[in-house]
Structures are given as structure tokens and as C-alpha cells.
Design a protein around this ligand. Structure first.
Ligand SMILES: NC(=O)c1ccc[n+]([C@@H]2O[C@H](COP(=O)([O-])OP(=O)(O)OC[C@H]3O[C@@H](n4cnc5c(N)ncnc54)[C@H](O)[C@@H]3O)[C@@H](O)[C@H]2O)c1
Length: 251
């Protein structure tokens, strides 16, 4: 007998869906029967992702978005609902890293840029996703934080602050909207092998591998499995919390 799919006909909206973790989540959502909206920067070369989703049999759509621009976020949600009629699951995943720096000599513009994408951008997305969920009578939010949302990532100051903030917003959604059938949870990964780590030296990667009890970094597909759990009814009483995917680093 075929196993029932966990996101059959659900409309799943993924920011940063054209690369790395977001793309792996898009593919897994498609395998679980979802209609998938890949939201990413307007200039992203998205045809490969869309072709792969179509091969998996998914109804899918690319929508251009810059999460740091509120109008673009609003339009992306409007386009999603115009195309698929509703929104069931939102994965707020788009994010950028940043240069390592002391706090005392941190460049203010660098701070603004990272906070704008990684924290304010999450707020913009959540605001318009919630408006749609309230109209429909429910929905699920999954926010991409990081291990840097739970502990300091030495030198990545605005990144650490933003990812802690993401967990703060997640908890607020849980306490403010639980009664409206809206759930929100977060994922906190350690280093995951994606284009996010391009530019990182092999030496640094090796140090990070050694810090993990499992002696390796994570894979985007391993994050996608956690996403499917949080997006689906499997986690129906899970609200305002986070899944740590770190191979045991925090132990
Ligand atoms: N890879 C890791 O080691 C790691 C670890 C912990 C958390 N994370 C988080 O996971 C998320 C995804 O990271 P990834 O590893 O897949 O990286 P990635 O670089 O492969 O993908 C990030 C995606 O976000 C998009 N993006 C960037 N800025 C955007 C913006 N302003 N508006 C819309 N889209 C934008 C990019 O175009 C890209 O498609 C990020 O939030 C990151 O902070 C990554």
C-alpha cells in the first residue's frame, strides 16, 4: 500500500527556495505532494529548480522576492494566493552570512544589511503570511534560524543577533496566534554543506567537522526532513519551539 503523502495539495511557500537548504526543502515538499512556490531574488537562475520540481510532478511557481523590501514581500504573497488560491505552509529561509568582525569595529552598514535580510526580512514575510492565514483560518510557519540563534557565533555579530531574533519572533507567533490554528517553529542547523559555505577554506571546514561529535557537517536533505516534520500534521502539537540539527555539537 502507498504511504499517504504528508503535504498532499498543501501550498508551500519557500523564501531562498532556489539554493541549498531552501531548494532541498522545496524538493522534499514536492515529493510529499505539495504545490511549491520558490521565492528568491529576482535575478536568480531558477529554471533548473522549477524543471526539477516539475519532474517530481509538483505544481510549482517561481516568484521574485527580496525579503528586505516590504513591497516585494507583499507582492510575492499576493502572487502565491492568486495562483494557488491559498497558502498553507511558509518556510522563511532566505538569509545571508557576513564577514567576521569585532563588535568595537563593526561596520554599521554591514550590520544594517544583515539585520535587514535575516531579521527584518523574516518579519516582513511573517506579517503578510499571517494576514493570509487569518483570512483562511490557519497555517504553518517554519523559520530558519541557526545554531547561532542559540549561542554566539564568534565574530558573526549581526548574524548571531538576527538568528536569536528569529527564535524570538517564532515564540511570539506561537503565543499570539495559537488559538487561530496557526503554528510556528524554527530550525537551528549547525554548518550545512550548501553554497552558503562557498569561500570557506577546507581548513575551516575541517575544524568545524572536528567540533561535531559526528565528525561531519550536515546535509541540506537532513534539514529538509526536519522541515517536513514541522510543516506537516506530524508536528500538530509542536508550537514555538526549535529543532536543533547539529550532530551533537551543543551537547
Ligand atoms: N548552510 C549553513 O551552514 C547554515 C547553517 C545555519 C543556518 N543557515 C541558514 O539557512 C538559510 C539558507 O541557507 P543556505 O545554506 O541554503 O544558503 P544558500 O546561500 O545556499 O541559499 C540562500 C538563498 O537565499 C536567497 N536570498 C539571499 N538574500 C535574499 C533576499 N534578500 N531575498 C530573497 N532571497 C534571498 C539566495 O538567493 C539563496 O537562494 C539561511 O537563512 C542561513 O542563515 C545556513
Amino acid at each position: 500500500m502507498l504511504k499517504p503523502r504528508k503535504l498532499e495539495n498543501k501550498v508551500v511557500f519557500i523564501t531562498g527556495g532556489n539554493s541549498g537548504i531552501g531548494q532541498a526543502c522545496a524538493f522534499e515538499a514536492a515529493r510529499e505532494g505539495a504545490k511549491v512556490v520558490v521565492a528568491d531574488l529576482p535575478n536568480s537562475e531558477h529554471q533548473g529548480t522549477i524543471n526539477a520540481l516539475e519532474l517530481l510532478g509538483a505544481a510549482c511557481l517561481f516568484v521574485p522576492i527580496d525579503v528586505s523590501d516590504v513591497e516585494s514581500v507583499k507582492n510575492a504573497i499576493i502572487t502565491t494566493v492568486a495562483e494557488f488560491g491559498r497558502l498553507d505552509v511558509a518556510l522563511n529561509n532566505a538569509g545571508i552570512g557576513g564577514p567576521y568582525s569585532g563588535i568595537h569595529d563593526m561596520d554599521e552598514q554591514e550590520w544594517e544589511k544583515i539585520i535587514k535580510v535575516n531579521l527584518t526580512g523574516q518579519f516582513y514575510c511573517i506579517k503578510y503570511e499571517l494576514q493570509q492565514f487569518l483570512k483562511q483560518g490557519g497555517g504553518v510557519i517554519v523559520n530558519m534560524s541557526s545554531l547561532a540563534g542559540l549561542k554566539a557565533e564568534r565574530g558573526l555579530v549581526p548574524y548571531t543577533a538576527a538568528k536569536h531574533g528569529v527564535l524570538g519572533i517564532t515564540k511570539n507567533i506561537a503565543v499570539q496566534y495559537g488559538e487561530q490554528q496557526i503554528r510556528a517553529n524554527a530550525i537551528c542547523p549547525y554548518y550545512i554543506e550548501t553554497p552558503f559555505l562557498k569561500g570557506v577554506s577546507q581548513d575551516n571546514k575541517h575544524i568545524w567537522e572536528e567540533l561535531s561529535p559526528m565528525k561531519r557537517l550536515g546535509k541540506p536533505e537532513e534539514v529538509a526532513n526536519a522541515f517536513i516534520y514541522l510543516a506537516s500534521d506530524d508536528s500538530s502539537y509542536c508550537n514555538g519551539t526549535q529543532i536543533i540539527l547539529d550532530g551533537g555539537v551543543m551537547c
